[in-house]
Ligand binder design. Structure first.
Ligand code: PRP
Length: 188
């Protein structure tokens, strides 16, 4: 492995090559399903940025992009259960959601609380449709009944970082997705 962050990685789950190939496939699916629909792809910050950047280049139909900043509070190494999403969503998006075909782009679906909250708020604005595109779908028992319409990979209930995913804001720039060594976060 090529850099000093890699010493904290237990194992690589998805290599750069695997990510590139799978994101291309999902981009092609979206292109096929949304032909003539000019979808608005909405990335949920910050974890989605790397996925979003690659995904939009794998989509070969006209589309637009926007981002939403959503904060969750609580334990550092686990999903928190409280989502903070303030303000005017259209303003945050920089465009009106009404009548648009919206695809929410997320790095990982864990409890699904984040996407459930975002998706419900966006639906209040009367979009034409709202679908979910997740890079990773964590295989956990969920209280929230929400499925990804598009997804790249399933992952076990492990602490994954890289390709946008962080631990304490670090590791987002790893070009692959790996499992973080337990000793790195076991103090949390
Ligand atoms: C992470 C991740 C998702 C969310 C998934 O975001 O990026 O947005 O948690 O968890 P959930 O399905 O249980 O809601 P985080 O709040 O860590 O912010 P980040 O995107 O800036 O890393």
């Amino acid at each position: 492995m090529e850099n000093n962050m890699s010493k904290d990685i237990e194992k690589i789950l998805f290599s750069e090559e695997q990510l590139k190939n799978r994101v291309k496939e999902v981009g092609a699916e979206i292109s096929r399903d949304y032909r003539d629909k000019n979808p608005l792809l909405v990335g949920i910050l910050k974890g989605s940025i790397v996925f979003m950047a690659d995904l939009i280049r794998a989509v070969d139909i006209p589309c637009q992009i926007a981002f939403l900043s959503v904060r969750s509070y609580g334990l550092k190494a686990a999903s928190s259960g409280k989502i903070d999403m303030d303000g005017d969503i259209d303003y945050a998006l920089g465009t009106r959601a009404e009548g648009r075909h919206i695809i929410l782009v997320e790095d990982i679906l864990d409890t699904a609380l984040t996407l459930n909250t975002v998706s419900n708020r966006i639906k209040e604005l009367n979009p034409a449709s709202v679908k979910i595109c997740a890079l990773l779908d964590k295989q956990v028992q969920r209280n929230i009944d929400l499925l990804a319409d598009y997804k790249c990979f399933d992952v076990e209930n492990e602490f994954v970082v890289g390709y946008g995913l962080d631990y304490a804001q670090n590791y987002r720039n790893l070009p692959y997705i790996g499992v973080l060594k337990r000793e790195v976060y076991s103090g949390d």
